[in-house]
Each structure stands twice: as structure tokens, then as C-alpha cells.
Design a protein around this ligand. Structure first.
Ligand code: 1VU
Length: 292
């Protein structure tokens, strides 16, 4: 399975030339250049041109660049995809999907527009229907071209559509987030937590990052560069996790453990199934290649 570092996923409005100009230098693992909600209707065409320029001149760094297009059933998506076909991107993020048929439609629209097959598909999980259908959506993973790679939680839309109230513990949506993580894990996808709107509230943001990381989220959607440092701190493996991973890998590599499925490490059981997680931890810590 491909492992990507996707701890921090920063939205940058395609219409904000100033923010785009410095976006790569901010240090986020991934950038989502937005053509949808962050861009006013009269600014869509200019935003496309800005992003085209960014992709041609600025991209190509270490992280992934993802373009969030307008909804597939809008009059805008075709032009968004035509621009991406021309300029290239690592992935296309499709909003407002409701079920597995939308995944197939999105991949077909990308192909029809001439978007390269290696361009991945990311989808927003932001409608009640999508949340109810997430197992079938995630099961669309595995396509050879325009492969589904990540689920991105759209918590602002979700709260609004559920008529739920946001609270610090996210009680209204926590169960749904857990199901998204399970669906992603079942089909080898990454899952990126939603945004925290108050970018001046570092303490509240850190608490929400911790909650997401504890749940199994691979990273967090960000709206402001000030959120990147805290996000990296919380979504990166800590010293104890790294030590555990090194011990698990070293222990299973010993000849006397070659035929064992479960061993004791410092009085705690480790099973072979922990090996993959241990390799992932070392990769995320920058201490090992993606293949282990
Ligand atoms: O110091 P500089 O002047 O060079 O730069 C400013 C500003 O341009 C930059 N900055 C950003 N750069 C990249 N990406 C960003 N998202 C971003 N935000 C700001 O940072 C420097 C300091 O900025 P600031 O503190 O003065 O903040 P502003 O008033 O400029 O901007 C605040 C908002 C909230 C408007 C801005 O951060 C923003 O537009 N964020 C992204 C909004 C967005 O993309 N919304 C849609 C995704 S959320 C969603 O749909 C839910 C799923």
C-alpha cells in the first residue's frame, strides 16, 4: 500500500494571488487549491487562471497539490477539469458527492476531460447521504486510473446539513467520523479530518487535532498557515511511538522470532500485524522509505 505524508492539508483559495504566491513555502504536506466554496462566482475564471499559472510554474515540490473543483453537476466543473487536464495536478478533490455512482461519474468526467490517469481522486464527505454511503464509496478504491485515494471530511457543510451544533467534543459528528475512518482503513484510503474555523484559537485547534489523530485520521484540513506547526506536532509520531516501532521491527527481524506470530516486548505483546503500523510510523517520522 502506498504511504503518503498527509498530516497537514492546507486550503488556499484559487482567487487569492497573494496566498498562492507563498503557499509552497508554508511547509504543509499537501495544498488544496480551491475553486469551490472559497471562490466567489464572479472570480471563478480568474481563479482557474491563477491555479493554471501555479501548477505550471510553482508546483513540483515535495508535497501533493490537489485542486478542489466545483460540484460535478454544476456548469463550472467542465472548465475546472479542462484546466487541470492542461496543467496537471496530483489529485482532484470533488465536493458534494453522495454515493458510489458519483465516484464512477467523477472518474469518468476526469477521463473525458483528458485528465491524466495517474491523477488521483479525493472526495469530500460532507453530505448526510455520503456519510450513510461511506462504506460503498470507499469500496470504489482500487481503480487503475483516477484512483480514489482519500476521503476529506467537510465538517462545516455536514453540521449545516444535519442542523447539528458544533461543540468542542464534536459529539454530533464523532460517530460519523469514526465510520469514515473504518471505511478508509477497510479499503486502503487516507482520511483527512475537517477544518477548525477559529484559526486564532491554537488551544482549541490542538485539542481537535488530538481528537482526530486519536480516532485514526491521517491528517487535518487547514485554513491558515498558523495551523501547520501545531498540526505537524500532533500528527507526527512521538518519541515513544518511534521507539516502539523500532523495537517491534528489530524484534521480528531476529532469527529466533522468525516463526512467531506474537512476542513480548518489554512486557507488552506485539503481533505481526503491528509490523505494518510500525513501518508506517517510521516512514511518517522520516526515518524509513515508504516500502519499509
Ligand atoms: O503574510 P502575508 O501577507 O504574506 O500572507 C498572509 C496571508 O496571505 C497568508 N494566508 C494564507 N496563505 C496560504 N493559504 C491560506 N489559506 C492562507 N490564509 C492566510 O498568511 C498571511 C497571514 O494572513 P492573515 O492572518 O492576515 O489572514 P487573512 O485575513 O489574509 O486570511 C484569513 C482567511 C480566513 C480569509 C484565509 O486564511 C483564508 O482564505 N483561508 C482559506 C479559506 C478557504 O479556503 N476556505 C474554503 C475551505 S474550508 C471548507 O470549505 C470546509 C470544507
Amino acid at each position: 500500500m502506498e504511504i503518503k505524508r498527509r498530516r497537514s492539508v492546507l486550503y488556499v483559495p484559487g482567487s487569492n494571488v497573494k496566498a498562492l504566491a507563498k503557499a509552497l513555502r508554508r511547509g504543509a504536506d499537501c495544498l488544496i487549491l480551491d475553486l469551490e466554496d472559497a471562490v466567489a462566482p464572479q472570480a471563478k475564471a480568474a481563479a482557474r487562471q491563477n491555479i493554471r499559472g501555479f501548477l505550471r510554474d510553482g508546483a513540483g515540490g515535495q508535497g501533493e497539490v490537489i485542486i478542489r473543483i466545483n460540484a460535478l453537476d454544476s456548469a463550472l466543473a467542465e472548465a475546472d477539469l479542462a484546466m487541470i487536464a492542461d496543467a496537471g495536478a496530483d489529485a482532484v478533490l470533488v465536493p458534494k458527492i453522495n454515493g458510489a455512482p458519483d465516484i464512477r461519474s467523477a472518474a469518468a468526467a476526469m477521463a473525458a476531460a483528458g485528465v491524466a490517469g495517474k491523477t488521483r481522486l479525493w472526495v469530500m464527505m460532507e453530505t448526510p447521504l455520503a456519510l450513510l454511503e461511506v462504506a460503498r464509496i470507499a469500496a470504489c478504491a482500487g481503480a487503475r486510473s483516477h484512483a480514489l485515494a482519500a476521503l476529506v471530511i467537510g465538517s462545516n457543510d455536514l453540521y449545516a446539513e444535519l442542523r447539528a451544533r458544533p461543540t468542542p467534543d464534536r459529539a454530533a459528528i464523532a460517530g460519523l467520523l469514526g465510520v469514515c475512518v473504518a471505511a478508509a482503513r477497510a479499503h486502503g484510503l487516507d482520511v483527512i479530518d475537517g477544518v477548525y474555523n477559529d484559526f486564532t484559537d491554537a488551544r482549541g485547534f490542538a485539542a481537535e487535532c488530538r481528537q482526530g489523530a486519536d480516532m485514526g485520521m491521517d491528517g487535518k484540513s487547514l485554513i491558515h498557515p498558523a495551523q501547520i506547526g501545531i498540526c505537524h506536532e500532533i500528527f507526527s509520531p512521538d518519541a515513544a511511538q518511534i521507539r516502539w516501532a523500532q523495537e517491534v521491527i528489530a524484534a521480528f527481524a531476529r532469527p529466533e522470532n522468525a516463526a512467531k506470530g506474537a512476542i513480548s516486548i518489554g512486557g507488552r505483546m506485539a503481533e505481526r500485524l503491528h509490523l505494518e503500523n510500525a513501518k508506517r510510523i517510521l516512514f511518517l517520522a522520516g526515518m524509513q522509505g515508504p516500502q519499509g
